[in-house]
Design a protein around this ligand. Structure first.
Ligand code: TRP
Ligand code: SF4
Length: 378
């Protein structure tokens, strides 16, 4: 395939996927078929609506659920700022997989080393941000009794794995996956492989199926980790980790990747309702140039951030209402101003409720991170 046609996924850059079918073909991600979806004990809205579009080895997790119910769910977040809609997505998936079996156990990595390598965030600041992030994770429904939360910078077994894995990775291999990058990012990738295989170490009960829900941009990490898991299978007995992939959503202004440089594009879960409202009311839509045109031609909900990102992906749980909403837009029965005001009442209700729950979770978040603070000294 000519170089300019190759899909490049950059987990630290501006990942933008135009064609998910091609992405799956090129990298061997399997489509999320109806048959697999039906085997899940219940279907999360992100699954029903195929925001989660693909997977690797999800069958291993389904088998575990159908048999004795034990498996691990693993994810990490880079504590680079307060929780926004993107982080909400991964967290909801994590909580969903944790909830599918009473024997599922969660591992949640605070990627403070990656935040340092990628965003120059000092480790102490990461700790503060991580506390805020954990508060959101708990408010979203994490079961605190079945999760192990840790920071990369003080998790010796993960760092040790990263070192062990480095023996099997040459510069050419890592460059072929990620392109030319500072060594800190390559090292972060090995640490992330350590995160993903950490649940399978003896101190966590040994090899087990592990599901890692991620955005499509994280696939290079998954491929690297699966490669390492097979290379070190003899030594550690690793089972190749499974993954699910969600589509990369646009920001509120319609940009393909959220950036702090565009604050109107990011909706934070803890932000004041007044500014959240302004952002929603100014979001990018699929509306026409004039009201007359929109009544005549209808809107384009499939292009609209209010419809796709806000309602479909995040805030409207009811499938029937979502479908009705789609047709109301498509047939020009509703105009964008009224539509956004209506969407806002749903989002406002959600945010208010979330922020109330959040306020009650601060102590618990602190407790989950507590021991990590004590051992953080150099
Ligand atoms: N790289 C991820 C991000 O940018 C964070 C992360 C660190 C992660 N360790 C992980 C994700 C392990 C999934 C599994 O947000
Ligand atoms: Fe989007 Fe609503 Fe406008 Fe349709 S009417 S394009 S769904 S904002």
């Amino acid at each position: 395939m000519p170089d300019e046609e190759r899909i490049v996924l950059d987990p630290w850059g501006t990942a933008h996927v135009k064609d998910y079918d091609r992405l799956m073909q090129e990298f061997g991600i399997e489509p999320l078929t109806d048959e697999l979806v039906e085997r899940l004990p219940f279907q999360h809205r992100l699954i029903r609506r195929r925001v989660i579009f693909g997977h690797r080895d999800l069958g291993l997790i389904l088998k575990a659920i159908e048999e004795d119910g034990s498996y691990a769910v693993m994810t990490g977040i880079k504590p680079s700022g307060d929780y926004h809609l993107g982080a909400k997505l991964t967290s909801e998936e994590f909580i969903y997989f944790q909830s599918l079996s009473p024997k599922a156990f969660g591992f949640f990595a605070i990627a403070d080393l990656e935040a340092y390598a990628d965003n120059k965030i000092p480790l102490e600041e990461s700790h503060r941000i991580a506390l805020s992030n954990l508060t959101d994770l708990l408010a979203l429904g994490l079961d605190p009794r079945r999760v192990y939360v840790y920071k990369q910078s003080v998790e010796i077994p993960v760092l040790r794995l990263a070192f062990i894995f480095s023996r099997a990775v040459t510069y050419n291999m890592i460059e072929a996956i990620y392109g030319p990058k500072p060594f800190g990012l390559y090292f972060s990738a090995l640490v992330q492989a350590g995160d993903i295989l950490n649940p399978q170490l003896p101190q966590h009960g040994g090899p087990k199926p592990t599901i890692v829900p991620v955005g499509a941009d994280q696939d290079p990490h998954i491929r690297l980790t699966r490669d390492l898991a097979s290379k070190y299978r003899e030594e550690f007995g690793f089972i190749l980790p499974s993954a699910t992939y969600h589509r990369l959503l646009r920001d509120l202004t319609g940009q393909e990747k959220m950036s702090k440089r565009n604050p109107m594009g990011i909706l934070y879960l803890n932000e004041p309702l007044s500014s959240a409202r302004v952002k929603v009311m100014q979001a990018f839509t699929g509306g026409r140039a004039t009201a007359e045109e929109q009544r005549r031609l209808g809107g384009e909900p499939e292009k609209c951030v209010v419809f796709v990102e806000l309602l479909l992906a995040h805030f409207l749980e009811d499938d029937k209402r979502l479908e009705e909403w789609y047709w109301e837009c498509k047939t020009g029965q509703i105009l964008c101003g009224e539509c956004k005001a209506r969407a806002w009442t749903i989002i406002e209700h959600w945010l208010r409720n979330h922020q109330e729950k959040r306020n009650k979770m601060r102590d618990l978040a602190e407790k989950l991170l507590e021991e990590k603070t004590l051992s953080q000294q150099w």
